[in-house]
Ligand binder design. Structure first.
Ligand SMILES: *[C@@H]1O[C@H](CO)[C@@H](O)[C@H](O)[C@H]1NC(C)=O
Ligand SMILES: *[C@@H]1O[C@H](CO)[C@@H](O)[C@H](O)[C@H]1NC(C)=O
Length: 389
């Protein structure tokens, strides 16, 4: 089977005609594609941001962020690609534009990525009420990203209720939540026991976001959990101790911090089960980044990670991470081969780690998702012209 119908036609004419047709279809909110999602809307933080933070702040993150794969800073918090890139790849989809980098409906043909480095799941008022400073409120939070999404809908389907767009799209809600814990932890003024009491509130904020998207008409939502804190140089440095019993014998990760991440994961899964019962019209799928990461840390050597607990980029220290000299600081150093490290800068992961985590987490749920079996552009184009692929 092939695109027989296109043979003999001038490809330039086809493309310009298609683009016109696609635009019309997009604006009318019609279902573009069967068997795979024509577009994806992504919410999250720096583990998923592909340019929004850079667009807001203009000068961070800069090289060496982006040195692998892109060979320039793109706004991603990694040496290379982030979760969003690999999810698109895993599902055969095109990566949507970072929301703040798009303007016209055509820019958002493949959806939008609303993730911003530093964003929290909870509203900033939660932290302000507790006297915890959010470094720069412009990084926003989940409810704000959902407001952006609603604004975008008025551009994408001004004439209709957007139902077709919402029904046919894939929604990636997260990972989000790590900053709700990182912000108070890095203030060094909130004891971790108190941070632990934030977990149900973080989960509630994520749950409310999901509910709002479903009320708008979202049908397919993937919700990833957080990475294991106890394996990050950031937290390993913050809570370093001489007590060997605090560390996992196999991975060297800090046990109580991983237990904390698992606690978040457990409550998230309970919330998703509850929402699924409440909203049978939607499909809510948990993506287990936490379990996938732990598996990879356990077999780090097998994956070629010779330095699983060290930061590739940063200052010198037990884990080659210090709070004083972050990656990107002129005094920081970069390792020779980032693919041998899981951690890029102490908290964010390397290109290779992101790839493996996404692959592992999505291999468990891929059966519940529609994968684009051919190049998505071709399929989009074929479907919009009623070709059989
Ligand atoms: C969070 O912020 C959003 C947007 O500013 C607002 O609509 C919502 O009511 C807030 N929720 C809470 C719990 O404060
Ligand atoms: C840690 O940093 C030191 C100093 O830059 C470097 O010599 C060493 O190779 C690094 N260790 C790892 C595992 O990256």
């Amino acid at each position: 089977m092939s695109l027989n119908g296109t043979r003999g036609l001038n490809s330039y004419n086809i493309l310009s005609f298609l683009f016109f047709k696609l635009t019309i279809l997009l604006l009318s909110g019609a279902h573009l594609c069967h068997g795979c999602y024509p577009r994806m809307f992504i919410f999250g933080d720096s583990l998923t941001d592909t340019g929004n933070f850079l667009s807001i702040f203009g000068d961070v993150p800069m090289l060496p962020y982006g040195q692998t794969f892109f060979h320039k800073a793109t706004g991603r918090w990694s040496d290379g690609r982030v979760f969003a890139d690999f999810i698109a790849k895993e599902l055969g989809m095109s990566l949507p534009v970072a929301y703040l980098n798009g303007k016209t409906a055509e820019d958002f043909l493949y959806g939008a990525n609303f993730a911003v480095g530093g964003a929290t799941a909870m509203n900033h008022s939660f932290f302000q009420e507790k006297g915890i400073t959010v470094a720069d409120p412009r990084v926003g939070f989940l409810a704000l990203q959902i407001q952006w999404f609603k604004q975008l809908l008025t551009l994408l389907c001004p004439q209709s209720d957007c139902r077709n767009i919402l029904e046919s799209s894939l929604f990636l809600v997260g990972e989000i939540g790590v900053n709700d814990y990182n912000i108070p932890a890095s203030s060094f003024s909130v004891p971790f026991d108190e941070i632990r009491t934030f977990v149900p509130h973080v989960i509630q904020a994520i749950g409310e976001g999901i509910k709002e998207l479903i009320e708008l008409g979202a049908k397919t939502l993937v919700v990833p959990g957080i990475i294991p804190f106890g394996c990050t140089p950031y937290y390993l440095t913050m809570f370093r101790t001489e007590n060997n019993e605090d560390y996992d014998e196999v991975t060297g990760c800090m046990k109580w911090l991983n237990e904390f991440s698992y606690h978040h994961e457990k409550l998230l899964k309970e919330e998703l089960n509850k929402l699924q019962r409440l909203c049978p019209e939607a499909t809510i799928i948990h993506a287990d980044y936490n379990g996938a990461s732990i598996d990879i840390f356990k077999s780090a050597e097998r994956y070629g990670f010779t330095n699983p607990l060290f930061a590739c980029c940063g200052g010198e220290g037990r884990y080659n991470f210090t709070f004083e000299i972050p990656c990107g600081d002129e005094r920081s150093r970069v390792c020779a081969d980032p693919s041998r490290y899981l951690s890029w800068d102490g908290f964010h992961l390397t290109d290779r780690a992101n790839e493996l985590i996404v692959h592992r987490a999505f291999s468990k749920i891929i059966k519940r998702l529609d994968v684009c079996e051919s190049s998505p552009d071709l399929k989009l184009i074929a479907d919009s012209m009623d070709f059989e692929l």
